[in-house]
Design a protein around this ligand. Structure first.
Ligand SMILES: [Zn+2]
Length: 330
């Protein structure tokens, strides 16, 4: 490819080089893939000045993933879900001013803070924290949150039970992209992709690409869904049940359409997705995937997915590990 070499100070032929570099994080060696350009004219190697890849950020994400720690977006999303400011959340936790802000911006949390955060991010525990900390929140906000958290607790308890019976319970591991199955996100991602109509085969692939691409870039999936290797490419392992639930709830409808010489099921959403469930990075990836495959029909996206290492290295009926996401073509 052509580009400007900072050494020659003119346009020359550049070669893109991928190289794994070792970064030490708390005594652990983590390999991070770096991209360089090499000038074919003078041999100078340099980083892409436009790239926002931060090697240390990548290494921290990998370290957190290995140790089951929370990623910055998860912390920020949880806090925002309950309308708490960084300052309020810090004071509820009894922390100094800048600590939480640093973690939400990518600093690596120490173990004690990780434990406290994880505990506080369970709505039941947050409720307790708010109940015992009387001097942090204004009375009105405090009352509102206590009500909200009590309602959320009751709702999740009963809904979780119903859904657990129906869908089973997944652990956060390499098969779920290190996230527990989040049905609300999965269902809203389906609503997002089926706006205006999408064929089932294509929808399954869009979900796969969204979760795997987010894992590739941020070391955690969006929905926590597991994907199975089936003849038409990767698909959520219980997709028939997920879709049936949405149809039953009146949130999507199905049309049988004849396309060329085969009959396809088209899903059409009847409801706007709830975007507030998703973090900025998740929204970005959902939009990227939808845009990238905009012109792809079901056949073309199926062929595209058959060429993925994630598909080629697994057999019919296998659950596909998110470890394959690093080779994703997207
Ligand atoms: Zn040069």
């Amino acid at each position: 490819m052509k580009g400007i070499c900072p050494n020659c100070e003119k346009e020359t032929e550049l070669e893109l080089i991928h190289r794994a570099e070792d970064i030490k994080v708390r005594g652990e060696t983590i390999k991070v893939e770096m991209k360089y350009y090499k000038c074919k004219n003078c041999g100078e190697e340099f980083e892409d000045p436009k790239s926002d890849d931060d090697p240390l950020d990548k290494a921290y994400r990998e370290y957190r993933r290995r140790h089951g720690m929370m990623q910055p977006e998860e912390v920020r999303d949880f806090r925002k879900r309950f309308g708490l400011t960084q300052n309020e959340m810090s004071r509820l936790l009894g922390w100094g001013g800048a600590t939480l802000s640093r973690y939400e911006n990518g600093a690596l949390q120490d173990e004690t803070h990780e434990k406290a955060l994880r505990l506080a991010m369970d709505p039941r525990n947050l409720l307790k924290l708010i109940e015992v900390t009387t001097d942090v929140l204004p009375t009105e906000k405090r009352d509102r949150l206590v009500n909200e958290l009590m309602a959320a607790e009751q709702e999740t308890c009963s809904l979780e039970r119903v859904y657990e019976e129906r869908f089973g319970k997944y652990e956060a591991n390499e098969l779920s992209g290190y996230r527990k199955l989040d049905l609300a996100k999965l269902f809203n991602a389906i609503l997002y992709f089926s706006k205006g109509g999408v064929l089932k085969t294509k929808l399954n692939k869009l979900l796969f690409y969204a979760d795997f691409k987010h894992f590739k870039d941020y070391a955690v999936s969006i929905t926590g869904a597991r994907y199975a290797h089936i003849p038409f490419g990767p698909a959520p392992d219980k997709y028939a049940l997920y879709f049936a639930t949405l149809i039953e709830n009146g949130e999507i409808r199905v049309e049988e359409n004849i396309i060329g010489d085969f009959i396809g099921e088209e899903f059409i959403s009847l409801k706007e997705p709830d975007f507030s469930l998703f973090s900025d990075s998740e929204l970005k990836i959902l939009a990227t995937v939808k845009e990238y495959f905009k012109e792809f029909n079901a056949k073309r996206i199926t062929d595209f997915s058959h060429d993925e290492e994630a598909y080629k290295k697994t057999k019919h009926g296998d659950i596909i590990s998110y470890e394959h996401a690093s080779d994703l073509k997207l």
